[in-house]
Ligand binder design. Structure first.
Ligand code: PMV
Length: 350
């Protein structure tokens, strides 16, 4: 764990017209984050671990607007409203507080992934926003500090700062709020000799009925299965890190599938139940079982939506994609590999 003295996000002043553009990719958790212990600071109950994808990037430009009296946010070319706008403005407030600057901003964000469908759009979205806003407001570029900052927009965004595999530390539960905040960030996890692919089956690209934030709150508050899952998730994380280190994709897949199905079990036991699985999701889960019976290493994971992601060897990705298409005709299937961490793009007069 890093010391509490890690670099603060403060730099010399930047011009009033500063602008920065960043790109970030979504990540899919192989050991899930499900449940917060502090809603305001976005501190999770458990550690989690993910793979950043090389598809579906989000590109976000932040420009300071010295004469504006409010933030303007454009989302895929349309003015953002409602909850999406509220979350982005709240995030900018945090950046302004840290930068000691009052300037409002013009934010222009383009998502290539369906938003709010359990395809990690909030991870790529807030990772790109954190990197672009930190640069525009003159905060530093320390990756750990940016991971903590991104966490405050969406927990899973803390992991999209990093390419490949990333572990998000739940952090310390003792000490002050500031100490707890400092202790919760993601960092890259080394993986040996792995050539994984994630086959993403988009069964429904529409926004989910229950937000992950509301669903995890209800699960933590009411599900009798939550505490046992949270405890076993610690074992899953340990087994996952070891499997990645030794390059054992079969073990990575087994742990990922059991962790994800366990997370969905906690939600099904919530009162009232939260069910993201759709009939087509189960059909795809069946096709994954059949692939394994046929000797192909394939393991499923699912997030806060009906879509299924199938982990496999890159060499098998074509066969896995064909099996998934066969199981759910009409769904769109995308093959992803491990992708890069969030980064600033050149330009914008920096
Ligand atoms: O960070 P959020 O609020 O989008 O929550 C992500 C929750 C899951 O995708 C279900 C799990 C995870 O670890 O990404």
């Amino acid at each position: 764990m890093r010391s509490e003295q890690s670099p603060q996000l403060v730099r010399p002043p930047v011009p009033d017209t500063a602008a920065a553009t960043a790109v970030a990719h979504p990540n899919i958790a192989l050991v899930k984050y499900w449940g917060k212990r502090d809603e305001q600071l976005f501190l999770p109950r458990t550690d989690s671990l993910s793979m950043t994808l090389d598809i579906f990037p989000t590109t976000t430009r932040v420009r300071l607007a010295p004469r504006a009296d409010k933030d303007t946010v454009t989302f895929n070319g349309r003015a953002a409203t409602g909850e999406a706008l509220r979350r982005i403005v709240a995030f900018l407030e945090l950046v302004r507080e840290r930068a000691g600057r009052a300037h409002r901003a013009v934010v222009d964000t383009a998502n290539t992934v369906p938003t709010g469908a359990g395809l990690a759009s909030s991870a790529s979205g807030f990772a790109a926003l954190a990197v672009a806003a930190a640069a525009a407001y003159g905060l530093g570029d320390d990756a750990t500090a940016l991971s903590r900052l991104a966490r405050r927009g969406s927990g899973s965004a803390s992991r999209s700062l990093f390419g490949g595999f990333a572990l998000w530390h739940a952090g310390s539960s003792t000490g002050t709020a500031a100490q707890a905040d400092l202790s919760s960030y993601a960092e890259p996890v080394p993986a040996a000799r792995l050539d994984p692919a994630l086959v993403v089956a988009v069964l429904d690209a529409g926004p989910k009925a229950v937000s992950s934030r509301a669903a995890m709150r209800r699960t933590v508050d009411t599900s009798p299965l939550y505490e046992p899952w949270a405890r076993s998730s610690g074992d899953d994380l340990r087994d996952m890190v070891a499997a990645l280190r030794r390059g054992d994709l079969d073990a990575v897949g087994e742990v990922a599938e059991r962790n994800a199905l366990g997370m969905h079990a906690t939600m099904l036991a919530a009162r009232p139940a939260v069910r993201y699985m759709a009939p087509a999701s189960l059909t795809v889960l069946d096709s994954v079982l059949q692939l394994r019976r046929d000797g192909i290493g394939a393991w499923a994971t699912m997030d806060a939506g009906p879509n299924v992601k199938v982990l496999c060897r890159r060499a098998d990705a074509g066969k896995v994609a064909a099996a998934v298409r066969g199981a759910a005709p009409g769904c769109s299937v995308h093959i992803a590999g491990p992708g890069p961490g969030a980064r600033l793009l050149a330009g914008d007069g920096r």
